[in-house]
Design a protein around this ligand. Structure first.
Ligand code: PMP
Length: 366
C-alpha cells in the first residue's frame, strides 16, 4: 500500500499536547540487571496462584464475566474482614490497573475546564489523565518531599472537581497521617471528590496510618484507589480497584471499558486475596529490606525524606540524570526525573546490596 504523506484527521488539541508517560527503564532481552525502576514486587507469583491461573487459561476463548462478580465479592469480603465497613459490590469498581480506574473516575466527574488538584511531584499519570478528559491540572508543590495538605485545600475553587492525595506519595514515599487526612476532608466542600491513592498502602508502618476505608461511609465524596500491582505482585496482569459511595461508583462503573479486566487478571485477584497472608509475609520482608536500606543510606550520609513505600527518593536535582546513568552502567535500573530526583525501588537483598554499593561509590566519586 502506498503510504500517504499525512493523515488529514484532526486530533483533539489537548491530545496532541499530551505529555508522554515515561515508564521505568526495562532491561535489554537476556541482560541480567537489578530492576529498581518501576516499584515492582521483586518476587514471582506464588506457586499456588500460578498453578490455578494456568487452569484458567483453558477458558480464554470465552469472555470474562463483565460484572466481575467473583472479584467484587472477594474484595468486599476482604475489605469487611478486619471490621465490617458494610462494603458491597455497589461500593466498588475494578479496571485495567488502578491507572485505568483513575481514568474512569475522572471521566465520570471531570468535564472540560474543570480542575483537578494534586501534589507535585507525584504520580506521572495524573497530568496525563487530567488532560485526556480536557480537565485542568492544579499542581501544589511538595514541601521538602512532603505533601502540603493546607496548600491542597487552599487551591480549591468552584471549578474543582477532584482533589488527589497520594499516600504514600510516588515518588517521594512520604505518607500523610489519618488525622491530617480527616482534617483535609473536613475543609473540602462535599461536592469535591477526594481521591486517596493508596497504591502503596501495604508498605505503610508509621504512626497514625491512614485508615481511608473507615472514611468512605462517613464522607460520600471520598474515593479510595488501590492496586494489585505492588504488594500483590500482579503488575503484569493489570488489575486495580476503587472504593467509594454507591452513587459515585455507579458513575465510575458506567464509564469502564467493557471486559476491561481479563479473566486471568480477575482470577489472579481472587486467588491473591485468598493467599493474602503469604503475600503479606513477603511485604513484611520488603519493609524490613526498606528499613535496612534507609538505615544504610543514612549511615553513608544521604538525607532522604521518610519513605513509607517500597522505594526511596534521592533529591539529587541537576545530578539526577548522571546518577541514573552511572547506576545503569553498574547494572542497576532506576527512575530519574530530570532536574529533580531519582526514585529507586526496594528489591530483594541482592538488588539492595548492589544499590548500596553503588551509592557508596557515587558519593566517593563526587
Ligand atoms: N498510583 C500510584 C501512586 C502509582 O505509583 C501507580 C503505579 N506506578 C499507580 C497508581 C498505578 O498502578 P497500576 O495501574 O499498576 O495499578
Amino acid at each position: 500500500m502506498a503510504e500517504a504523506a499525512h493523515s488529514r484527521v484532526p486530533l483533539r488539541p489537548e491530545i496532541k499536547a499530551l505529555p508522554e508517560y515515561v515508564p521505568g527503564a526495562r532491561p535489554e532481552p537476556g541482560v541480567k540487571v537489578h530492576r529498581l525502576a518501576s516499584n515492582e514486587n521483586p518476587y514471582p507469583p506464588l506457586p499456588s496462584v500460578a498453578a490455578e491461573l494456568a487452569e484458567e487459561l483453558v477458558g480464554i476463548n470465552r469472555y470474562p464475566d463483565m460484572g466481575n462478580a467473583d472479584l467484587l465479592g472477594a474484595l468486599a469480603d476482604f475489605l469487611n474482614a478486619q471490621a465490617d465497613h458494610g462494603i458491597t459490590s455497589a461500593n466498588l469498581a475494578v479496571g485495567t490497573g488502578s491507572v485505568g480506574v483513575l481514568g474512569h473516575i475522572l471521566q465520570a466527574v471531570v468535564g472540560p475546564g474543570d480542575e483537578v488538584i494534586y501534589p507535585w511531584r507525584s504520580f506521572e499519570a495524573y497530568p496525563i489523565v487530567v488532560d485526556i478528559v480536557g480537565g485542568r491540572s492544579v499542581r501544589v508543590p511538595l514541601i521538602d518531599g512532603y505533601t502540603d495538605l493546607d496548600g491542597l485545600v487552599a487551591a480549591v475553587t468552584d471549578r474543582t472537581r477532584v482533589l488527589i492525595v497520594c499516600t504514600p506519595n510516588n515518588p517521594t514515599g512520604t505518607a500523610v497521617t489519618h488525622s491530617d487526612l480527616v482534617r483535609l476532608i473536613g475543609q473540602v466542600p462535599p461536592e469535591v471528590l477526594v481521591l486517596v491513592d493508596e497504591a502503596y498502602l501495604e508498605f505503610v508502618r508509621g504512626d497514625d496510618p491512614v485508615r481511608a476505608l473507615a472514611l468512605v461511609d462517613e464522607f460520600p465524596n471520598v474515593v479510595i484507589l488501590r492496586t494489585f500491582s505492588k504488594a500483590y505482585g500482579l503488575a503484569g496482569l493489570r488489575v486495580g480497584y476503587a472504593i467509594g459511595h454507591p452513587e459515585v461508583m455507579a458513575g465510575v462503573r458506567a464509564t469502564v471499558t467493557p471486559f476491561g479486566v481479563s479473566s486471568l487478571a480477575g482470577r489472579a485477584g481472587v486467588l491473591s486475596l485468598g493467599a493474602r497472608d503469604e503475600l503479606m509475609t513477603r511485604v513484611d520482608g520488603l519493609v524490613a529490606e526498606r528499613d535496612r536500606v534507609v538505615a544504610a543510606l543514612a549511615k553513608q550520609g544521604w538525607q532522604l525524606p521518610e519513605t513509607q513505600a517500597n522505594f526511596v527518593w534521592f533529591d539529587l536535582g541537576e545530578e539526577s540524570l548522571a546518577f541514573a546513568k552511572a547506576a545503569g552502567e553498574a547494572g542497576i535500573l532506576v527512575r530519574p526525573f530530570a532536574g529533580d530526583g531519582v526514585r529507586v525501588s526496594i528489591g530483594d537483598s541482592e538488588n539492595n546490596d548492589a544499590l548500596l554499593s553503588f551509592t557508596r561509590q557515587w558519593l566517593a566519586g563526587r
